[in-house]
Design a protein around this ligand. Structure first.
Ligand code: FES
Length: 97
């Protein structure tokens, strides 16, 4: 049983976004992080010093580990921002500059 079935959720129609150029299916109400997780992506940033992979750590907007580039805007917290149809999500390296 998946989480949607456990919560008896009835989300709207799925839509498509892209992550580093590949299509990812997302549901209304998901955050960028939730959509990426559902697609099996767990890391989407590399640290500026050692280039180590990062994704969600706190999940509540506190740690800034989940920074990602969305529609050309760097440093977006994937755990907080909702995903929208057609969003272009890209891996972020370092500070995103
Ligand atoms: S996971 Fe900590 S701010 Fe997003």
């Amino acid at each position: 049983m998946n989480p949607l079935e456990l919560a008896r959720a009835r989300p709207g129609e799925a839509f498509t976004v892209t992550f580093d150029g590949r299509p990812v299916t997302a549901l209304p109400g998901q955050t960028v992080a939730a959509a990426l997780w559902a697609a099996g992506v767990t890391a989407w940033r590399s640290t500026r010093g050692a280039g180590r992979p990062r994704g969600v750590f706190c999940g509540i907007g506190v740690c800034f580990d989940c920074l990602v580039t969305v529609n050309g805007r760097a440093n977006q917290r994937a755990c907080l921002i909702p995903v929208h149809p057609g969003d272009v999500i890209r891996t972020q390296e370092g500070t995103g500059r």
